[in-house]
Design a protein around this ligand. Structure first.
Ligand SMILES: *Cc1c(COP(=O)(O)O)cnc(C)c1O
Length: 381
């Protein structure tokens, strides 16, 4: 492909060597040596919290929904400005997503609107940490505690992000990470579930292993390996774990490269924001991000379409997301529509620029110039 793609996975450490080692080991199913190594690496990096690899963040969210014992017509509070997996996890259990609007600054779930959405049927809140900026967790913890709700962090975009010094994914009851190709740390597909609550660990092991007590059997704690709960297959092959171990071990390098790219975009677009033409990401001082992606908010959906086309004409593949879930065909079918003005406004105006580890400085300057040219301005040198 010529031009500048939106994303390109990059191998930054021992991914290839570990993959070969896994292939040669004779054991490539799940929960092999690389799975255990990467789990302990992940755990160590985020304060020692209990960690299991999953196929994806989608799988981790599905386990979380099972752990909540959601019943038909139970309600789960979440933003509509998110990926479909957050809502699917609830819907697969017959529960109803209740969509709450987002904050105009961080585009995260607006914690000030959450309590008004709580009903006697509410069972859980799932904030997503958009672009790695952790939601305002303190008020959410308070609401969850007072109403007896599970707090599940959709931290798909937020591995190694922090909120007031605490690691994303380890602040609520359950944390879910993604290692999909497009995320800061990637292994093609992949994810993890982390638990701060020890009382959820045993059931998580079972749900993740097709509803069996295989992990207790392997540990010699029971003498039969049998069906003990309704679960599914949520663990990845050791091949994925091997690739992921290489990525995670290279975290410092990956973060420093992406920090430079993010900060270069951020500084370069300052003059356009000063003119009031665009808005750059807002990162509160007490949030540390992992530079997952960089976005701009432009003035209107029409302007966004025009800018995407202008960039595409120069072979620069920018993109946007999300089609808000409350406006989707499923929402229509299940009657989940509501008025979410901030979500609708942001979803129409957001543009995501290419940001990946191998994006060169010259390529990035090309992207910056193209955005300035769209506004008939010369890019700063
Ligand atoms: C990427 C993403 C997911 C899904 O992650 P997978 O690992 O692809 O299942 C879920 N939620 C959010 C907010 C995401 O960004």
């Amino acid at each position: 492909m010529t031009g500048i793609p939106f994303n390109r996975p990059a191998w930054m450490g021992n991914e290839m060597a570990y993959l070969r080692e896994a292939m040669d080991s004779g054991n490539i199913s799940g929960d092999g040596q690389f799975t255990r190594r990467v789990e302990s690496q992940i755990s160590q990096m985020i304060g020692g919290v209990w960690t299991r690899l999953t196929n994806s963040c989608t799988s981790a969210l599905e386990i979380a929904a099972l752990l909540c014992d959601l019943q038909p017509d139970d309600e789960v509070i979440m933003p509509a400005f998110t990926f479909v997996s957050t809502a699917n996890a609830a819907c697969l259990r017959g529960a109803r997503p209740v969509f709450v609007d987002i904050r105009p600054d961080t585009l995260n779930l607006d914690e000030r609107l959450v309590e008004a959405a709580v009903t006697p049927r509410t069972r859980a809140i799932i904030p997503i940490h958009y672009a790695g900026v952790v939601c305002e967790m303190a008020p959410l913890i308070d609401i969850a505690r007072r109403h007896g709700l599970m707090l599940i962090e959709d931290a798909a975009q937020a591995f190694l992000c922090r909120y007031r010094g605490r690691w994303a994914g380890t602040i609520g009851d359950i944390g879910c990470f993604s290692f999909h190709e497009t995320k800061t740390f990637h292994a093609g597909e992949g994810g993890a579930i982390v638990l701060r609550r020890p009382d959820l660990i045993e059931r998580t092991e079972i749900l993740r292993e097709k509803g069996t007590n295989r992990s207790r059997f392997l540990a010699g704690q029971v003498d039969k390996y049998t069906w003990v709960d309704v679960g599914s297959s949520y663990l990845p092959s050791d091949l994925i774990a091997a690739v992921l171990l290489g990525q995670i071990e290279a975290a410092e390098t990956i973060l420093s490269i992406r920090r430079r790219l993010f900060e270069r975009y951020f500084a370069a677009f300052e003059p356009l924001e000063a003119k009031g033409w665009i808005r750059r990401p807002v990162v509160p001082a007490y949030c540390d991000i992992n530079f997952h992606f960089f976005y701009l908010l432009v003035e209107s959906a029409e302007q966004r379409t025009a800018m995407l086309q202008a960039l595409y004409a120069q072979k620069i593949h920018a993109t946007f997301h999300y089609v808000p879930l409350h406006k989707s065909p499923v929402a229509e079918r299940l009657g989940l529509e509501r008025e979410l003005p901030v979500t609708e406004s942001a979803a129409g105006r957001i543009i995501r620029l290419p940001l990946y580890n191998s994006l060169s400085e010259a390529e990035q300057k090309g992207v910056i110039s193209a955005v300035f040219a769209f506004f008939n301005e010369a890019a700063p040198t």
